[in-house]
Design a protein. Structure first.
Length: 485
C-alpha cells in the first residue's frame, strides 16, 4: 500500500473541502450535514475512500480510466523520466519527441487516413477545436481557390469563374447528447437544461433525433427506424441550408440518455448524407475511443469513416489531462498551402509529460491486450446484465463493449417513464446514495430518460462483472419495491 501524499487528517480534509473546493456539476447543498466523499486510492477496478471503505468503480472515473488503477507506478516512471528530460515545451511552432511519437502512435491506431493529430487538454477542448477546424476548413479551401485564381489572372489568364462563398459554420448534433462544457462544445450539447443557463450560445447548432429505439413504436422495424433517422438528418440539413453546414458531430454510441447504439445501416447512411452535401463528419469518441466498445475506436467498430475524431479520456486512461483531434489527411490539406494555418492553439496542447503518459498508456493497452479482452468479454457482460431485465423497474438494457445502460421504467408494459419528481426521489434520493453505500460507483442519470450507466475499467473481468450485477440486482429490487409502495 502506498504512503498517503496528504499531510491533512481526514477531519481537516473534510473541513478544507467544504471551505475551498468547488465540485463540478454538484449540488453543494447536498453535502450540508453529509460527508463529502473523498477518494484516496485506487487499485485495479477498485477505489478506497478516506474511511477505508472500498468501492467497485463501475464508471471508470468518468468513462475514462480504461486501464484501471493498477498501472500508476509504471506510468509515474514514464512521467518522471519526461519531467527530468523536458518538463514542458509547446506545440506552437515547435515539436518535441513525445508529441511526435504520440501523434504517430494515435495515427497508427486510428482508422483509415485519420493521420493528423492536434493535441488539446480534454474532451470539451477537442469538440471545441473540431468545430473551429471544420469552420476554418471551408474558408481555407475557398481562400486557396481564390489565391490560385488570382495567380492565374496575374499571369495574364482571363478567368470568368465565380468563386462561391465557402464560409460554413453550422453544426448538427443529436438530442440529449453531451459534448462538453466550453461555450462551443456546450452549444453542441443536445441537453437543454445544460444549455439554457448560458444562453445565448454559439450560433448555430441544429439538433436531430438520436438513436434511442426504446420509445419508438414497437411495430417499427430496424430498417424503418434507420430510414426515419436519416430522413430527419437530411431534412434538418436542407432546412438549415446545406451550404452553411460545416460539421455533423455524433458519438458512435451516445452516452447521455444511456448507451444508444446505432441501428443497422445508420452510419453508412449518415456518411452518405454528409458526402451528398460535402459536410465534415466528426465522430465524438471522447468516451468510445481507446477500447470502450471493443475496438480502438467506435469508428472502426461501426465503419463510420469520419473526417474528424475527437478523443480524450481513454487516450491516457485519464492519467493525464490530454485530448486529441484526429483529422483525415484531406482535412489538413487546405492548411498545407501558402499562408494558411489553423488559427487555434492551447498552451498545454501536446504537453510532453501528458504525451509521455498517453504513450505509456497505449503501450500498456497493447501489451495487456485490453481491446481484445473487451471484445472477448463483452457478450458475457451483456448476458450478465440482461438478468436484471427480470426486475419490474428495468425496462431496457442497451450498449456494447464495456459501455452499458439500464433504463428504469414505471411500467414495463407501456414503457411509461418516471415523472421529474419521481426521478428526483428515485435517482437522487435513493439510487445514487444506496449504490454508493453498497460499494458500487455507477451513475444514475436522468439527462434523458432515467438510466443507470455502467462503464467499468476495461480490465474488469468476470468477477467484477458478477459483482456489479449482484449489487445492482439487490439495489434495483429495493428500488422496485419502494416505487410500488
Ligand atoms: C462524448 C463527450 N464529448 C465531450 C466530453 C467533454 O469532455 P471533458 O469533460 O474532458 O471536457 C465528454 C465528457 O464526458 C463526452 O462524453
Amino acid at each position: 500500500m502506498s504512503t498517503p501524499v496528504t499531510t491533512l487528517s481526514p477531519a481537516e480534509l473534510q473541513k478544507a473541502a467544504r471551505e475551498h473546493l468547488w465540485l463540478h456539476f454538484t449540488r453543494m447543498s447536498s453535502y450540508t450535514g453529509e460527508e463529502i466523499p473523498i477518494i484516496v486510492r485506487g487499485d485495479g477496478c477498485y477505489l478506497e475512500d478516506i474511511n477505508g471503505k472500498r468501492y467497485l468503480d463501475a464508471l471508470a472515473g468518468l468513462f475514462a480510466v480504461n486501464i484501471g488503477y493498477g498501472f500508476g507506478d509504471e506510468i509515474g516512471e514514464a512521467a518522471a523520466a519526461q519531467l527530468r528530460e523536458l518538463p514542458f515545451y509547446t506545440n506552437w511552432s515547435y515539436a518535441h519527441p513525445r508529441a511526435i511519437e504520440l501523434a504517430a502512435e494515435v495515427a497508427s491506431v486510428a482508422p483509415g487516413d485519420l493521420n493528423r493529430v492536434f493535441f488539446v487538454s480534454g474532451g470539451s477542448e477537442a469538440v471545441e477545436s473540431a468545430w473551429k477546424l471544420a469552420r476554418q476548413y471551408y474558408s481555407a479551401r475557398g481562400d486557396n481557390v481564390r489565391a490560385q485564381v488570382a495567380e492565374r489572372m496575374a499571369a495574364g489568364e482571363r478567368i470568368e469563374q465565380r468563386i462561391p462563398s465557402q464560409r460554413r459554420w453550422k453544426a448538427v448534433a443529436r438530442r440529449i447528447a453531451y459534448h462538453g462544457t466550453t461555450m462551443g462544445a456546450l452549444s453542441i450539447n443536445g441537453i437543454a437544461s445544460l444549455r439554457i443557463p448560458f444562453e445565448p450560445l454559439v450560433p448555430d447548432v441544429i439538433h436531430v433525433h438520436n438513436t434511442n429505439r426504446y420509445h419508438r413504436p414497437p411495430e417499427e422495424t430496424e430498417a424503418e427506424f434507420t430510414a426515419f433517422l436519416l430522413e430527419d438528418l437530411e431534412e434538418a440539413i436542407l432546412q438549415a441550408g446545406p451550404e452553411t453546414v460545416a460539421m455533423v458531430i455524433f458519438e458512435p454510441v451516445q452516452n447521455a440518455g444511456g448507451s444508444y447504439t446505432p441501428p443497422e445501416g445508420y452510419w453508412k447512411g449518415v456518411r452518405e448524407v454528409c458526402d451528398r452535401y460535402e459536410i465534415l463528419l466528426c465522430a465524438d469518441e471522447v468516451i468510445t475511443g481507446f477500447g470502450r466498445v471493443g475496438a480502438w475506436f467506435g469508428s472502426e467498430r461501426y465503419d463510420i469513416r469520419p473526417d474528424i475524431i475527437t478523443s480524450a479520456k481513454g487516450l491516457s486512461s485519464a492519467h493525464a489531462a490530454i485530448g486529441a483531434v484526429i483529422a483525415r489527411d484531406s482535412v489538413m490539406e487546405p492548411f498545407l498551402e501558402g499562408h494558411e494555418m489553423y488559427a487555434h492553439g492551447i498552451t498545454f496542447g501536446g504537453h510532453p509529460v501528458m504525451a509521455a503518459i498517453a504513450l505509456k498508456n497505449i503501450e500498456i493497452m497493447r501489451r495487456e491486450r485490453i481491446i481484445e479482452h473487451v471484445a472477448e468479454k463483452q457478450d458475457y457482460f451483456h448476458q450478465a446484465l440482461s438478468q436484471l431485465l427480470d426486475l419490474p423497474i428495468v425496462g431496457d438494457l442497451r450498449g456494447t463493449g464495456f459501455f452499458y445502460a439500464l433504463e428504469l421504467v414505471k411500467d414495463k408494459e407501456t414503457r411509461e417513464t418516471f415523472s421529474d419528481e419521481e426521478c428526483e426521489t428515485l435517482l437522487r434520493g435513493f439510487l445514487s446514495p444506496r449504490l454508493f453505500e453498497a460499494g458500487l460507483i455507477c451513475r444514475a442519470d436522468d439527462r434523458g430518460d432515467p438510466v443507470i450507466q455502467i462503464s467499468p475499467p476495461l480490465v474488469a473481468d468476470t468477477a467484477e462483472i458478477d459483482e456489479i450485477v449482484s449489487i445492482l440486482g439487490e439495489v434495483l429490487t429495493e428500488a422496485s419495491q419502494r416505487m410500488n409502495r
